[in-house]
Design a binder for this molecule. Structure first.
Ligand code: FES
Length: 168
């Protein structure tokens, strides 16, 4: 005979060792399920300094989401001097990648990679690069052009104001 007891609704809740063991076993099961879910990613070889719950979806207009905090909620805020942004290239400033695909045309994107949330780190030959798993994005529209990333970098509206690129 075992010491496992079945509780019915008209019995008082047990607080002895059997009940405690049940709680411990349920907790261990929940932790195990979490570990399994964590291991289900497509590629966990890179590091994600932004945490596993990043969200690079564009924030709705007028929201106070991360994109709005970067620039959209601060219309007119100076982001970078236009002279710092090379034609056909760009610069990474704070949370944004600011590019100039053609002379006088400026774009800004979130620097958070849409694959697994690493920060992009380099702009070379018309591409924004994420070294975690070698995704590349166009400096024109943030669209993925290589690597595992499938979604574009979130764009933030900007404009040229005098000598500066500012939030629009
Ligand atoms: S996080 Fe994987 S390529 Fe950027």
């Amino acid at each position: 005979m075992t010491d496992v007891q079945t509780r019915t609704d008209n019995q008082p809740e047990r607080t002895d060792a059997t009940s405690t063991r049940r709680v411990v076993l349920l907790s261990a099961g929940a932790l195990g399920a979490g570990a399994v879910l964590t291991a289900c990613g497509t590629d966990t070889s890179g590091t994600n300094p932004n945490g596993s719950d990043f969200n690079n979806d564009p924030a709705p207009a007028g929201s106070t989401g991360a994109q709005a905090d970067s620039a959209g909620g601060n219309a007119g805020k100076v982001l970078v001097a236009a002279s710092e942004v090379t034609v056909g290239g760009g610069v990474i400033k704070d949370d944004l990648v600011i590019t100039q695909p053609e002379e006088g045309t400026f774009k800004a994107f979130s620097k958070v990679c849409t694959h697994q949330g690493c920060d992009v780190t380099e702009i070379t030959d018309g591409s924004i690069l994420c070294k975690c798993h070698n995704s590349a994005f166009s400096i024109k529209d943030g669209a993925p052009t290589a690597g595992p990333a499938a979604k574009p970098l979130a764009e933030t509206p900007v404009k040229l104001d005098g000598d500066n690129v500012v939030a629009a």
